[in-house]
Design a protein around this ligand. Structure first.
Ligand code: ATP
Ligand code: MG
Length: 260
């Protein structure tokens, strides 16, 4: 499948033994989040995500997964602690800086957020058009992407006439088409069957191999077990649970690792 052009993949210089060392793309220090005057829904979050890594975010409903992803794609600001993204300090960053950082992130929202009056094709084309791609490039890439997610015959349909699973696939195609540096996906396979879920996972791993750091919130154990090289972040009650509690490859300091 064709994914749009992107700048250099995120690898730091080689380490002593010749392996690649992953630089941190996301750094959380003592981060907390509360909505309004309520109790903190996220607290004491301290972790690093390595550039080019593949991460699953798991945990029970209400644990704070979507809230954590919102911090990552800048829809919420932390109410406590420090967050750095792409090496840039976001705490106290001016509003002008945020759209620039935001353009480096692809997002699959839990509720899709497609543009209702645009066709599936035009929704998927949006990031490429915003990035200034030629219509010829847009046409080829979008057609190919829609074919990959099994929606070639629905390309002129508007979101309100698509099923939930079809909308979800359009949302995924839109999030990945411009090869973002960071992909954040919130339950991206919640509305599709197991076979399509595996196909979509394939899209994420292909993007990851091209250098994108991938963070997927999911309850789908099938996805997780099909991605043995991924690391797992588990949230319970707003906080990351003890990495020694049987978790597979919990994130810590960026370190040498393979790709998913
Ligand atoms: N906008 C909001 N205002 C107030 N409280 C909120 C808001 N959004 C989420 N919360 C609360 O924050 C907590 C974490 O919610 P969040 O949506 O992050 O959980 P989640 O892990 O994504 O759950 P799910 O698996 O059901 O999607 C919940 O207690 C929720 O009620
Ligand atoms: Mg959620």
């Amino acid at each position: 499948m064709r994914l749009g052009k992107r700048c250099s993949p995120g690898r730091a210089p080689a380490g002593e033994d010749g392996d690649w060392v992953l630089a941190a793309i996301v750094e959380f220090d003592a981060v907390g989040l509360r909505y309004g005057t309520g109790a903190e829904v996220l607290r004491d979050l301290d972790f690093r995500l390595g550039q080019g890594g593949f991460y699953f975010l798991t945990g029970p409903s209400g644990a704070g997964k979507t809230s954590l992803l919102k911090l990552l794609y800048l829809a919420q600001r932390a109410t406590r602690g420090r967050i750095r993204l792409f090496g840039e300090e976001l705490t106290g960053a001016s509003r002008e800086v945020l759209p620039e950082v935001r353009r480096r992130i692809g997002v699959v929202f839990q509720d899709f957020r497609l543009v209702r009056h645009l066709s599936a094709f035009d929704n998927v084309a949006l990031p490429l058009r915003i990035a200034g791609a030629s219509e010829q490039e847009v046409d080829g890439s979008v057609r190919e992407m829609l074919a990959w997610v099994g929606l070639s015959d629905r390309s002129s349909a508007r979101p309100p006439t698509l099923s939930g699973g079809e909308q979800q696939r359009v949302a995924i195609a839109r999030a990945v088409i411009a090869r973002p540096e960071l992909l954040v996906a919130d339950e991206p396979t919640g509305n599709v069957d197991a076979e399509m879920a595996m196909r979509l996972l394939h899209l994420f791993t292909a993007l990851n191999r091209l250098g994108t750091t991938v963070v997927v919130a999911t309850h789908d154990v099938g996805l997780i077990s099909a991605t043995p090289s991924a690391q797992i972040i588990r949230l319970e009650n707003g906080t990351m649970v003890d990495p020694t509690g049987g978790l597979k490859n919990p994130p810590g300091e960026p370190r040498r690792q393979g790709r998913a």
